[in-house]
Design a protein around this ligand. Structure first.
Ligand SMILES: [Ca+2]
Ligand SMILES: [Ca+2]
Ligand SMILES: [Ca+2]
Length: 222
């Protein structure tokens, strides 16, 4: 024993190396194992800081009732939350004409070969908590722009630049019953009453059909 102690003492490097090096390997292995104790220390998260519970609300459902204006151009404020749409007609979605899935018939004018290009839609809904994210599903024929409280949040099948009542949709070749999904800007929503407004444009003068339906989902803390 004394001999061994002297031997170790002579190892002047400061670190004690036991002959054979086996023990050093053992120490390494031990520090790797504590994955077990890691798992143990994870358990208390339930009592420490519980992560917020996130829930999804469908705040606009398919088949909701919308107000619509199908009589021609409107002033630019038609999409604003404060715009008075009390004189507009209303009915459940899908709104439009020319297809079997349409529930509320919209007027396109007197000439089937030169229909009104654009129809305008509005729907009010309530949000009780701040939205963390927002997603819409948009069934449109042919092209559409979607606004939250007057601010554009989605545009589909329409030119990127300025548009007006006469702007044509880019295409009339698509799946008519699809709800096209868009992640949109939740910051345009407010706690309280909101208005989602949609303008739907035809691609051609004599397009046989037009339709709109939309759902909106938000996530929020429970
Ligand atoms: Ca059709
Ligand atoms: Ca069509
Ligand atoms: Ca069409």
């Amino acid at each position: 024993m004394i001999y061994l102690a002297l031997l170790l003492g002579c190892d002047a490097g400061g670190s004690i190396t036991v002959p054979g090096g086996d023990s050093a390997t053992t120490v390494d292995t031990d520090t790797d194992e504590p994955t077990d104790s890691d798992t143990d220390s994870d358990d208390p998260t339930t009592t420490d800081t519980a992560p917020p519970i996130i829930v999804t609300d469908r705040v606009v459902v398919e088949g909701a009732t919308w107000r619509y204006s199908d009589q021609g151009p409107l002033p630019p404020e038609w999409k604003d939350a404060t715009y008075d749409d009390s004189g507009w007609a209303s009915g459940p979605a899908p709104l439009g004409y020319g297809d079997n899935h349409i529930v509320t018939q919209v007027d396109f004018g007197n000439d089937p070969d030169d229909k009104r290009r654009t129809t305008y839609f509005r729907h009010s809904f309530e949000i009780t908590n701040e939205a963390l994210s927002a997603d819409i599903g948009l069934m449109r024929d042919d092209g559409a722009v979607v606004y939250f409280n007057g601010v554009e949040v989605a545009r589909d099948n329409l030119p990127e630049d300025d548009i007006n009542f006469d702007t044509r949709a880019l295409s009339d070749n698509f799946e008519e019953l699809t709800y096209y999904a868009f992640n949109v800007d939740e910051d345009q929503l407010v706690v309280g009453t909101n208005v989602v407004a949609v303008e739907v444009h035809q691609a051609t003068r004599d397009s046989s059909d037009q339709s709109l339906d939309l759902w909106l989902e938000i996530t929020r803390e429970e």
